[in-house]
Design a binder for this molecule. Sequence first.
Ligand code: G3P
Length: 217
Amino acid sequence: MKFFIDTANLDQIREAQDLGILDGVTTNPSLMAKEGISGKEAILTHYKTICEIADGDISAEVLSTTYEEMIAEGDELAAIHPNIVVKIPMIKDGIKALKYFSDKGIKTNCTLIFSAGQALLAAKAGATYVSPFLGRLDDISVDGLNLIEEIRIIFDNYMFDTEILAASIRSPMHIINCAKIGADVVTSPLGSILNLLKHPLTDSGLAQFVADAKKMG
Ligand code: G3P
């Protein structure tokens, strides 16, 4: 399973990259705005910096919602760096844009996926990744993991190359459950990745080993 970090914060991206387990980065307009990035030049520069820090696929989301605007914007984003993946919203024009980029050999990530039917359409259009939003479904008392399972079954039935990129991760348990189901990628805030490290028996066991090591001189 690939690990992506879901942030536009450069320090957090550096920290995850330094851990040696990072396979890519996902961003969205909300995450970019949180870092105070605004204006076309600043946006393009920020994506370029992320590509210089992190290895692997870097999702950069279009801000427009019409086909013509999305393909113009996506072409510009894709030109920043070979690792850029154009992130397209799950709307009718988005499906057309996914097909356009797929035909051009440009990687895409179809975002805001909340149903298996949406994932199926995006895969048919040649999306590289689909991003089902696990946490936002859980937030409204709908089982987000069930959606990941449904998409896994459908993609396996027809051997779609499209990868399931589980997004909107809220906890380490989300990551573990996605791994059990067979999501291809999980994109997560740094905190949830670091929480996978923690176990009280590891801490107490190590404290004992360190104390005993001192006795050995
Ligand atoms: O990048 C898309 C997704 O991961 C958003 O997560 O926490 O805003 O629901 P969240």
